[in-house]
Design a protein around this ligand. Sequence first.
Ligand SMILES: C[S@@+](CC[C@H](N)C(=O)[O-])C[C@H]1O[C@@H](n2cnc3c(N)ncnc32)[C@H](O)[C@@H]1O
Length: 151
Amino acid sequence: MEHSLRIALYQPDIAGNTGTILRTAACLGLAVDIIEPAGFDLSDRNLRRAGMDYLELAALARHVDFATFNAWREAQNRRLILLTTRAAEPYTQFEFRPDDVILFGRESAGVPDALHDRADARLIIPMVAGRSLNLAVSAAMVAGEALRQMG
Ligand SMILES: C[S@@+](CC[C@H](N)C(=O)[O-])C[C@H]1O[C@@H](n2cnc3c(N)ncnc32)[C@H](O)[C@@H]1O
């Protein structure tokens, strides 16, 4: 089943993570937005290795920068839901909507403060140890919860 729910990646650094997310999104029927610049290009060996032939099935949109992405998102009246370790609200307590865009930060630095403040909601995956989860793991967890809520 195709969903309108989208996963957005802010300037991803690691090709293998994006490949894994594109594969997961293709399997679950989610679209992916990449907010450029990324730390690799789409021909990257590690992206292709992680995404395999699922890359051809992935609904991928690339945006040259955050402003372009955000104008497109606002025109569609979609909420921007940010996943960040700086949030207080657990993602499992949030009510997702089918047309939400769920945004994840870059592996090296998350998202800038200005973008953090512009999100409609900021959510955390609570952890008992460590500073953060792997980007692709956190995207899979949150996509799973959002889809679970939508039945
Ligand atoms: C490797 S983490 C980024 C770590 C980065 N050094 C930072 O301080 O934000 C990559 C992205 O995964 C998501 N993420 C990872 N662990 C998370 C958590 N426990 N709660 C919410 N988001 C998380 C966030 O979107 C984060 O920007």
